[in-house]
Design a binder for this molecule. Sequence first.
Ligand code: ATP
Ligand code: MG
Length: 545
Amino acid sequence: LDKFHIVIMGKIYERRKEQPTPNISMGELILDKLRENGDRVYAIDGPTGKRITYREILEKSVKLANFLQRYGIKIGDRIGIATENQLNWIIAVCASYYLGAIVAPYNPMYTEYEYQHILNVAKPRIVFVSQRTENLFVKMLPKLSWKMELMQLDDQPLTANIRTLKDILNNEPSVDYMRYKATNIGDSSRHPLTILCSSGTTGLPKGVTLSHKNLIAFLIKISTHEYMDTQDGDRILMLLPFYHGYATGTMLLGIYSNCTMIIMPAFEPKLFLNLVQEYKITHLPLVPPILTFLAKHPLVERYDFRSVRELICGAAPVAKDIIAMVKARIGAKCIRNGYGMTELSVVSGLSGRDDDDNSFETPGSGPLLPGFLAKIVDLETQETLEAGQVGEICYMGEQLMLGYWNNPEATKQTIDQDGWLHTGDTGYFDNEGKLHVVDRVKELIKFKGYQVSPSEIETVLLSHRAIKDAAVAAKSDERNGEVPVAFVVKQPDAKITARDVQEFVKQKLSPQKWLYGGVQFVDAIPKNPSGKILRRELRKMISKL
Ligand code: ATP
Ligand code: MG
């Protein structure tokens, strides 16, 4: 256990930290980094090659902060940002941080229905939009119960009276950005930095409030040699959507470690491969669908991946076979598995360099990050369980969110009176003190007295040659409570029957995991861009069976 410095107290696991996290604001931290790096390029837009240096961000973000302050933005005000991945995003985010305003990034693909919900959570005073999102916001403005102003991050607004970032910066007097000071936020563990949306996999997205200290603690750890090992001048390819916590974390990591971000607004196979090669990418933070692409796409073998030092896959389970294929195809020594949730400041466990070989046995396995305590509790009795026993994973520690914004009820349901956050995921600790994630509590299929994990059955299905994609869910059943039903996407031209699929599962898994609920062939599995199966959509599909 020495290897991970994990202290086991009874049935509680703690990964202690060597240094406490300093009490500084994210604004001050970023200003220092921007000043230090001067002419270094912070970000390059992949498709166009347009770039922005640390100094340009410094000058523009300080100007924007001055403008926003005169506009009336105060500490604690919320500022939304609803754009696709683009260079100006970081300017708006930094300016807001300096003022102690709270940044709420939104998915630019949300529909009006989804925005009606999520805007009401943070009630931002300003939202930065892009050409893609502007019209929808303009349409929504009159229906809101508070005053909100739109500002355009792209150079041209679609509506005449909307200010653009460009105009704001052109009209703003020059600033002494080397001496500018961020607003004092007091205790960094109490002051909110950002309200991030959870992915909305199980229901409507929640407004996860993270403090300055939450994310600073994350940056300090994740940048070290043991984890991302980010160093001066490293190049990180960013295709993660900016509105997600995984991306906010990675964008800030770039600044914290003096790196250059190569940004992709949307995933496109050839562009992705070209960028890796052209910019000699050192870090690839990815999600499972991109790993599948790397494992299977014919183009991949023609590209040089030797510059990549760290490849991380997180956000959803990934099949072991896929990992093996990617390693062989691109010559990667190690692919790390990151498990976490927005509520835990993105990541709580990451497989290490040395324990890579077995770290994909189960998704999310790996040692705790320093600064976390964890335990496994019985789903019914809430009793703390021993190593090897499966129950709900609970966490405590400095990366735990402040709560759900403006929703004390939901916060109370997630963080108990003793301060343990209940993840809603099940898993177990092995004898080495490593965590293994099994599945979401709510998705477990209750077959007679058994708890069956859909993702275990999905992994088996995906190992079948004729199956391109699959999802398993619970169907209610009079005799057994619930039974597993599979939705299967066939490979093109594959000839496979429902019966074949059922037989295949029978060969591999014990009887409680057989597909008693049947097999439905579908054209596609509903997923979000990070490869999470949209469980709420599956439930709708089942209700129609
Ligand atoms: P919502 O809470 O809105 O329903 P979400 O839980 O998918 O959506 P996120 O915070 O983005 O929102 O994702 C965290 C969840 O993703 C975890 O609780 C876990 O179920 C899953 N997850 C993350 N990383 C991994 C991983 N490496 N392996 C398996 N599951 C993972
Ligand atoms: Mg969640």
